[in-house]
Design a protein around this ligand. Structure first.
Ligand code: GLU
Length: 552
């Protein structure tokens, strides 16, 4: 068989050979050990939260080694193409602090970065395989292929185009010519040289060394529309773009034996692979009347599946990335304890510390991580972020925050900066609930004083407190006065003394503080009352105390 002739026959459109592209995309000039990674999503118009896992792995590996992280859009399946998807993807990840070095939008010397624009490249490489006798056209119709599948199902053998089931491998040039002349559509198939009785060993950087069965299937390289399948595009693109580490979902692990063959057929160096597990969530299912917890894939319809929804819901992006890194790398939490204020970019991501079994999605854990991250920010930092978020999602609160910046910052500074900062909120959307009472429009009585306290006691305590309050008092003096109020209404100024003989008192000093707290903040739980009163100012404090006392 004259393979060169066959190649020319099948690819009259290809006018550049692979040498041309090899010269066009020379090895990258990078420091020794630099890692080149890529994120290669199919644009579906939906950016999945799960994408943040491979993206953060890729970003860290590339940028901590002086390498490159690029975005490649895998849109060879034209049915799924979505207008403007690149910008949405880039924006979604940039919101989480992820920077792509190269993409359709950023440019770069290894593009085009959209697979639909690389058709000529794939075809040049496909042609090369044909000219070397490693690929061939297959004219089998859809009916023939489904008949084959049925036959294989009936015989209970592995489905696919291989071994005795292969029809078009040995077509003569004349037969090919005839089919082409008749206008028959064809796909290009890889001529597999594997044997399914052979096992090969392969080392995945996350999964470890695994044994896989050699591929013996003549998979499709080019579809009948002349566009490549994922497999051909993966080999050609990751070769020409000089990807050193392929980070992708474990659903691709089963195609790996084929990819190994393909790289070898082309004479390409095999990149390193990190197959990462699907993000799972715990779900409750009922089986025979028993409720059980099972792991399920975090699917598009699940809460928390959309990456952009985190921003609109009020999660700080750095909290989300911190959470994802916690799940991805077992070293992370230890590093964070040792470096509480270091930026994430200083964390050295270690592939060895990744879990092979994947991550479990847990909103409670995300909230815990978020509270910690936000508690470490300064009042100025949290203020700036809150203003930015509310500008987009809560205009009314934004107006209040910006009308008096110093006031808002004093509120946000309460309990911040020490060794044990307060952890009151996990999301920006929770801040209003925490500090809203500082603004009259949001002030309301959310909690009330428990019924077991006499209204007369509450009223009396508030009146006595108002008589003695002096905004120039320091904290100890202020508190001493509250103790005096307690004693004056027959409550114990000392909690221990109260606990020893509770029947001798109406309550204790903590109860008096609680009356004041509910009166001033509307809640039984609030930041330090001395500071709260100082920030609210005597006038507003007194107005609230008075109207509360009047209700008693
Ligand atoms: N387009 C493929 C996907 O979205 C990319 C897999 C890979 O990273 O190679 O699953």
């Amino acid at each position: 068989m004259d393979y060169t002739k066959l190649a020319d026959l099948l690819f009259p459109d290809v006018d550049k050979d692979t040498e041309y592209y090899e010269a066009m995309y020379p090895a990258r000039e990078l420091p020794e050990g630099a890692v080149v990674t890529r994120f290669a999503p199919s644009p579906t118009g939906f950016v999945h939260f799960g994408g943040l896992f491979p993206v953060l792995v890729c970003e860290r590996l590339a940028h901590q080694s002086g390498g490159v992280f690029y975005l490649r859009i895998e849109d060879t399946d034209s049915k799924r193409e979505v207008e403007g998807a690149e910008n949405d993807i880039i924006k979604a990840f940039e919101d989480f602090g992820v920077r792509f070095d190269e993409s359709v939008v950023h440019g770069g010397s290894y593009g085009p970065y959209r697979q639909s624009d690389r058709r000529a490249i794939y075809r040049a490489y496909a042609k090369k395989l044909v000219s070397e006798g490693k690929a061939y056209p297959c004219f089998c119709s859809a009916e023939e292929l489904s008949a084959l599948r049925e036959k294989q199902e009936a015989a209970k053998v592995v489905p696919g185009y291989y071994g005795e089931y292969v029809k078009c491998r040995d077509l003569t040039i004349e037969q090919v010519q005839e089919n082409l002349k008749a206008g028959k559509p064809f796909v290009l198939r890889f001529k597999s040289f594997g044997n399914s009785n052979n096992k090969i060993k392969f080392t995945d950087l996350v999964k470890g060394t695994i044994e896989v069965t050699e591929n013996d299937i003549d998979h499709v390289l080019l579809k009948s529309d002349g566009m490549p399948t994922y497999h051909l595009a993966h080999a050609v693109d990751d070769h020409l773009m000089h990807t050193t580490h392929v980070v992708r979902g474990e659903e691709w692990l089963s195609s790996l034996p084929y990819h190994i063959q393909l790289f070898s057929a082309f004479g390409f160096k095999l990149p390193k692979y990190l197959h990462i597990s699907q993000l799972m969530r715990l779900a409750e299912v009922e089986e025979d009347g028993v409720v059980k917890q099972v792991k399920k894939k975090l699917s598009k319809r699940d809460k928390g599946a959309g990456l952009t929804s985190y921003i609109s819901e009020g999660y700080a992006p750095e909290c989300v990335t911190e959470y994802v890194l916690t799940l991805l790398n077992s070293n992370f939490e230890e590093w964070r304890r040792a470096n509480p204020d270091a930026p994430l970019s200083e964390f050295k991501f270690a592939i060895k510390k990744m879990s092979a079994s994947g991550s479990l999605f847990d909103l409670k854990k995300l909230a815990d991580v978020s509270k910690n991250v936000l508690s470490r920010l300064s009042a100025d930092e949290i203020y700036a972020r809150l203003v930015r978020w509310t500008a987009e999602y809560d205009g009314e609160f934004n107006a209040l925050l910006t009308a008096d910046e110093a006031y808002a910052k004093r509120i946000l500074a309460i309990g911040r900066g020490g060794a044990k900062p307060r952890k009151d909120f996990a999301l920006y959307s929770e801040v209003k609930g925490y500090m809203g009472f500082f603004y009259d429009v949001y002030f309301s009585y959310i909690d009330s004083v428990p019924d077991n306290f006499a209204k007369a006691d509450i009223k009396k305590a508030i009146e006595l407190f108002m008589e003695s309050y002096d905004e120039n008092d320091d904290q100890p003096t202020w508190f001493a006065k509250i103790k005096d109020v307690a004693a004056a209404i027959g409550y114990s100024p000392d909690i221990k003394a109260y606990k020893a003989n509770p029947e001798q008192f109406g309550g204790h000093v903590g109860d008096v503080s609680m009356f004041l707290r509910v009166a001033v903040t509307g809640k039984t739980n609030s930041p330090d009352m001395f500071e709260v009163m100082a920030i609210l100012g005597k006038e507003r404090v007194f107005a609230r105390l008075k109207s509360f006392a009047d209700m008693m």
